[in-house]
Design a protein. Structure first.
Length: 355
């Protein structure tokens, strides 16, 4: 733990925000002016500083590159109609990052460093938050090991960094997904429940194979039986079957999504029947055959709500109802958008104002 959070701030000489139309930029390619950095050495957190976003020199022996001690979070800031900038449930991201850190044998990031650095960074870069209904400032906190040495062991030195990028809607259209039952995102006893960088690296090849077949993403199945669905791409997965909202129960192979929890909480508020349990491929297609599979969608920070228009399995494609015929997912998508813009009452106190 650091005794006091003293952040040295070196502001950029001239902001670059005027060089871009931040309401119309590609996701993850344009970065805001500043970055927050905290360093861990000699068994404690020491330096904390904010500097202009920049490339940094790096040793090719950097331990994060070789042994995978790399974790991250994804979160967003929004600008309401009155110009207020707010973060969405940031403490949950802090808690989840530390859950990841424990599993990956890394030091936990103290809440005062995570939240203090994040708040100061937002104050400096609030002009980068888009004003459009679907726009946001995507925030990437991450923690990496920084030993310059080869050797399989937990590192001694780490850096916690936060940078940001303006973002629009992640999926412009509803997506087609392919059920994957040969390659697996996670296994029991592994790290599927944390946001470790390696989880995403292992997903790229099977996703590319699915894209070659005309799908945007995959639905991952369990590695033990290949009979139960778990996540879709980088999102939690939800179905409306009959009058019930159903999602796979959390386990050590499924990430505890903050958007997932948000959607389930609101569904309960609205009086929907909700279930967290195993969902088999067989159940999905039986529901499709008898007309009770009303909706399928993914939830996540980047996508928020990603409507699924068709599910592929082996040589078959199962089309789902048109978006305008769905009752729940478009409603929750609109509700969350209005909540972030300050048009809905924040009953659960999820929005944290920073300016």
């Amino acid at each position: 733990m650091t005794e006091t959070l003293d952040i040295k701030i070196t502001p950029i000489e001239k902001s670059r925000v005027s060089e871009y139309d931040i309401n119309n930029v590609p996701f993850g390619k344009i970065f805001a002016d500043h970055m927050f950095v905290a360093e861990y050495e000699n068994g404690k957190w020491s330096k904390c500083y904010i500097q202009p976003y920049q490339d940094v020199p790096m040793s090719y022996a950097l331990s994060a590159l070789h042994y995978g001690q790399s974790i991250f979070e994804g979160m967003k800031a929004y600008k309401s109609d009155d110009g207020t900038v707010s973060l969405f449930r940031p403490l949950e991201n802090c808690k989840r990052m530390n859950k990841s850190a424990i599993r990956m044998a890394m030091p936990e990031v103290p809440e005062e460093i995570f939240m203090g650095g994040l708040t100061e960074l937002m104050k400096l870069d609030k002009a980068w938050v888009p004003t459009s209904d679907t726009g946001s400032l995507y925030i990437r906190p991450f923690l990496i090991s920084t030993d310059e040495a080869i050797g399989v062991r937990p590192a001694d030195n780490y850096k916690f960094i936060i940078f940001c990028c303006p973002a629009g809607k992640y999926y412009a259209e509803p997506v087609k997904v392919l059920i994957e039952h040969h390659y697996f995102r996670a296994v029991r006893g592994g790290v599927g429940y944390v946001k470790a960088a390696g989880n995403y690296g292992r997903s790229l090849y099977p996703t590319r194979l699915a894209q070659d077949k005309g799908f945007q993403q995959v639905i991952w199945t369990d590695s033990e039986t290949q009979q139960y669905v778990e996540e879709s791409g980088t999102m939690n997965l939800m179905f409306v079957i009959g009058d019930t909202l159903v999602t796979p129960a959390l386990s050590d192979t499924i990430l505890a999504g903050i958007t997932r929890d948000t959607v389930f909480t609101i569904a309960k508020d609205w009086g929907y029947k909700v279930e967290e349990r195993k969902i088999s491929i067989k159940e999905i297609f039986e529901a499709h055959a008898n007309g009770t599979l009303k909706e399928a969608f993914g939830t996540g920070t980047a996508a928020t709500i990603a409507h699924i228009k068709a599910i592929g399995f082996e040589d078959n494609i199962y089309d789902l109802p048109e978006i305008e015929d769905r009752k729940f997912s478009p409603k929750i998508d609109e509700y969350l958008r209005n909540l972030r813009k300050g048009r809905e009452e924040d009953k659960h106190h999820w929005m944290m104002k920073v300016s």
